[in-house]
Design a protein around this ligand. Structure first.
Ligand SMILES: *Cc1c(COP(=O)(O)O)cnc(C)c1O
Length: 479
């Protein structure tokens, strides 16, 4: 077996060690009765084997550091290394969550100022940094919606309206909070169907969860009318702010009329992500909801930072203060770019997306006409009809060309969808090379479709059985 295909357990040799710890005079011998009867089943390898093992694993994964990563909706942009350096400063890393306010003034200042900056960026009155992801923020915010109406004794508001183009976390979060999820369809232009919305909204509406720009990469141009309908029905407006990268510094969810918003710091504000975290999903809200926010607020009084309880908080959604080092990266990112820099980020994200969309348009039709925001969705339905090559086949073929596939088959309302988000950190040349790869595959689909059906051929694993991998994952080594 090739060494780079072996599990670390298969490389294990009894008694081999990475590091040998000196016997500490401070630790007394553990009494026999407290010792485990057999050693834990850990791999026993030398340091060099360990280093090679993880380096080889890292080589098999595709990250932003390896190549273009246009995974729509995920904003896989380059995170400046400066922010990593800031997050590695020992003054921040070697703190303890229980060491007390007086010994944590610097960290408290970061939390305080970041929350203020984010509130300003999204046009809200207050922000909590506690949630650990976008989905987590959605959950926390919907708990607030529930508590808001409970306190008003308005118990008939049991429904949350969610567009059919929404990210799955929207209906999932609403359902977890005990709301009934009511889908609203998109119109022919890819935005919320206004007639359908007007018919659905009513005195049982607790909130509308809206992503703007939406997951088709389109700005909801009727946003003011949407707000009028929902507020008119007595409901709250929730903004899924995962797409803030498209509008940051240009317009603000709070000004559009939203009452609540979550942001994804790991998407927009410089935390490398993929593979499960850590992330951060701050929630912002208007003043009338601020006392319900999860977690404590940080206040600055008499020259000193301190925690203060929120009167009607829905409680903690996470222990302590959120993923602090993710917050720290975001704070460093905001400080280095400033207001003008943040606006340039979104302008360039939109420019890059439109440039790539135009380059691809002769071969790959965008699913909706017009200017896109920071991402666009292609439909490969026609290509599949003509050649048998699907969106998945094109995506898999891109892997062999060093490009991470776009998001596939999402949003659900577009057939054979590829959702492309180039981000602002890619150069014109990278976009042009990527467009050339897409075009080459389009031609190949007609001349030699089998080549696409077999892809990828250069990866350690070819096509995984995705259903089996999801339903019956083997996560444990059985030696
Ligand atoms: C990523 C994303 C989410 C969920 O955020 P997580 O941090 O992955 O939980 C929600 N909505 C949209 C539109 C997203 O792109």
């Amino acid at each position: 077996m090739r060494e780079d295909n072996m599990l670390i357990f298969e490389k294990s040799v009894a008694g081999r060690r990475c590091v040998t710890m000196p016997k500490s005079p401070l630790i007394a011998d553990i009494p026999d009765g407290l010792k485990r009867s057999s050693p834990p089943g850990l791999p026993e390898v030398a340091q060099i084997d360990l280093v090679r093992h993880y380096t080889q694993l890292a080589r098999k994964a595709h990250g932003v550091d390896n190549g273009f990563y246009p995974l729509g909706s995920c904003t896989m942009k380059y995170s400046p290394r400066l922010n990593e350096d800031c997050a590695a400063l020992p003054g921040f890393t070697q703190t303890h969550p229980l060491q007390g306010e007086d010994a944590s003034q610097g960290s408290l200042a970061v939390l305080h100022d970041l929350a203020l900056s984010l509130a300003d960026i999204c046009g809200m009155d207050e922000v909590t940094l506690q949630p650990a992801a976008g989905a987590h923020g959605e959950f926390g915010a919907l708990l607030m919606v529930k508590e808001y109406f409970r306190r008003k004794n308005d118990l008939k508001r049991t429904k949350v309206i969610v567009p059919d183009s929404a990210h799955g976390t929207n209906p999932a979060g609403a359902a977890m909070c005990g709301f009934q999820v009511v889908p609203v369809p998109s119109d022919a232009g890819g935005c919320v169907d206004m007639e359908a919305l007007a018919a659905i909204a009513g005195e049982d509406t607790a909130a509308l969860m809206l992503t703007n720009p939406n997951t088709l990469g389109l700005f909801e141009k009727n946003i003011q009318e949407i707000v009028r309908i929902i507020h008119g029905a007595g409901g709250l407006m929730y903004c899924d702010g995962a797409n803030l990268n498209a509008i940051m510094g240009r317009c603000r969810p709070g000004d559009m009329g939203f009452d609540l918003v979550h942001l994804n710091l790991h998407k927009t504000f410089s935390t490398p992500h993929g593979g499960g975290g850590p992330g951060s999903g701050p929630v912002g809200c208007k003043a009338q909801l601020a006392e319900f926010l999860p977690g404590d607020r940080v206040v600055f009084e008499n020259g000193r930072y301190a925690f203060a309880k929120r009167a009607d908080s829905v409680g903690n959604v996470k222990n302590f203060y959120g993923n602090f080092l993710v917050c720290l990266r975001a704070y460093a990112y905001i400080l280095t770019l400033g207001g003008d820099g943040l606006r340039e980020v979104s302008e360039n994200a939109v420019l890059n997306a439109n440039y790539l969309m135009k380059l691809l348009a002769p071969e790959y039709a965008p699913s909706f006409e017009g200017t896109c925001m920071h991402e666009f969705v292609l439909s490969l339905e026609e290509l599949k009809k003509q050649t048998g090559v699907s969106a998945a086949d094109v995506a898999k073929s891109l892997i062999d060309r060093g490009i991470h596939p776009p998001t596939m088959y999402f949003p659900l309302i577009v057939r054979e969808a590829l959702m492309v988000e180039p981000t602002e950190t890619e150069s014109k040349e990278t976009l042009e090379r990527a467009a050339a790869a897409f075009k080459e595959l389009h031609a190949l689909a007609f001349s030699k479709p089998d080549a696409l059906l077999e892809a990828p051929v250069l990866t350690p694993i070819r096509r995984a059985d995705e259903l089996a991998a999801a339903k019956n994952p083997l996560l444990k080594f059985e030696g």
